[in-house]
Design a protein around this ligand. Structure first.
Ligand SMILES: Nc1ncnc2c1ncn2[C@@H]1O[C@H](COP(=O)(O)OP(=O)(O)O)[C@@H](O)[C@H]1O
Ligand SMILES: [Mg+2]
Length: 330
């Protein structure tokens, strides 16, 4: 369910983000609408530079105000209007109702504190728990994310952990505040394939056990196949197709989605990055008017100079293409 839905946990309508100093801003996220319900996994997929991370940072309130302009018709998290939040409001939500894990845990963990200290500190700041109680909660969080010998790991420094363990520790840190929404931005990209599968399985368990809604950002269709309930495909700052995952893999209709799927090796279920599609995605501010994929699209015609709206082609299935439905090659 990705169309505007007031009952959803996260409801974004026509979210746009422009980056850069005032007067020289370029739009990098262009009227993105998404909605995510509790216990669901929504994957946002697209090539590098398509605006996935900036979308996530806007939802988390992590874009520097002087260097960004965020506008939206609607930007709601669980009854809270994100567009009206001040800095204190954002801080209250982050580590509370929403949390984020990033691709490279080493850059988000502080090297001079132990894993346990960092998790406990995150907790103490927003709950005022005593030190021993916070340590107990940190231990429970490490246990929940499947870190072996958690009592020992609590007193380890980040560099003493493997990449996979660090990512688990990051997820533990995100979970101690019991977020309703977890945003994971390429959480497995830096990990080898086996560990990647374990981390994806962990995210899947969390949503089942806790009912956490997960917004999972990836450039990897294997990850999508493994985890997604719903998928939104982004290209050059816009959503070009969205559908339940099963529908997308069976009945993709946007030429860009088809190209991505065609690039996925037969039988691959994980670990395969997208193969290049001829041509390049336009840099922000340099896209042609109309359909941004048209210069790379084998089906493009003169009507593609008009921006194609996202339109329904099936139940919960929307496509922004004048030519859709395009039949997939057998
Ligand atoms: N701080 C920034 N200032 C200016 N442009 C940026 C900044 N961060 C990202 N961008 C640009 O915004 C676009 C979208 O970036 P991003 O959301 O990181 O893409 P993705 O996560 O899909 O790879 C890219 O063209 C990128 O170069
Ligand atoms: Mg990114």
């Amino acid at each position: 369910m990705q169309r505007a839905d007031p009952s959803s946990l996260l409801d974004l309508r026509r979210l746009s983000v422009a980056l850069g100093p005032p007067g020289r801003r370029v739009t990098v996220v262009d009227e993105v609408s998404l909605s995510l319900s509790p216990g669901r996994v929504l994957c946002v997929v697209g090539e590098s530079g398509s605006g996935k991370s900036v979308t996530a940072l806007a939802v988390m309130g992590l874009l520097e105000p002087g260097r960004s302009a965020v506008t939206a018709e609607r930007m709601m998290l669980d009854g809270t209007d994100l567009s009206q939040l001040g800095e204190a409001g954002w801080r209250g939500l982050r580590g509370g109702r929403m949390a984020m894990v990033f691709q490279e845990p080493m850059t988000s963990l502080n090297p001079v504190f132990t894993v346990g200290e960092q998790i406990a500190e995150a907790l103490r700041v927003d709950t005022g728990l005593s030190r021993p109680a916070a340590r107990e909660r940190a231990l429970a969080a490490l246990r929940e994310v499947g870190i072996p010998a958690p009592e020992t790991r609590l007193d380890a420094y980040p560099h003493e952990l493997s990449g996979g363990m660090r990512q688990r520790a990051m997820i533990a840190m995100a979970l101690v505040g019991e977020p309703a929404l977890l945003i994971a931005d390429e959480p497995t990209t830096a990990l080898d394939v086996t560990v990647q599968a374990q981390i994806l399985a962990l995210l899947g368990e969390l949503r089942t056990r806790r009912g956490t809604a997960i917004l999972l950002i990836t450039h990897n269709l294997g990850v999508v196949a493994e985890t997604a309930d719903d998928v939104a495909v982004m290209y050059a700052g816009r959503i070009v197709e969205r559908a339940p995952a099963a529908v997308l893999f069976r009945d993709a209709q946007h030429p860009y989605t088809l190209a991505l799927l065609g690039a996925m090796p037969e039988g691959a279920s994980r670990g395969e990055a997208l193969s290049p599609i001829p041509g390049r995605m336009p840099a922000p501010g340099t896209a042609p008017s109309g359909c941004r994929f048209a210069p790379r699209c084998p089906f493009a015609g003169s009507d593609c100079a008009e921006t194609p709206p996202l339109r329904a082609v099936g139940k919960d299935h929307d496509v922004a293409c004048h030519r859709a439905p395009i039949e997939a090659a057998a």
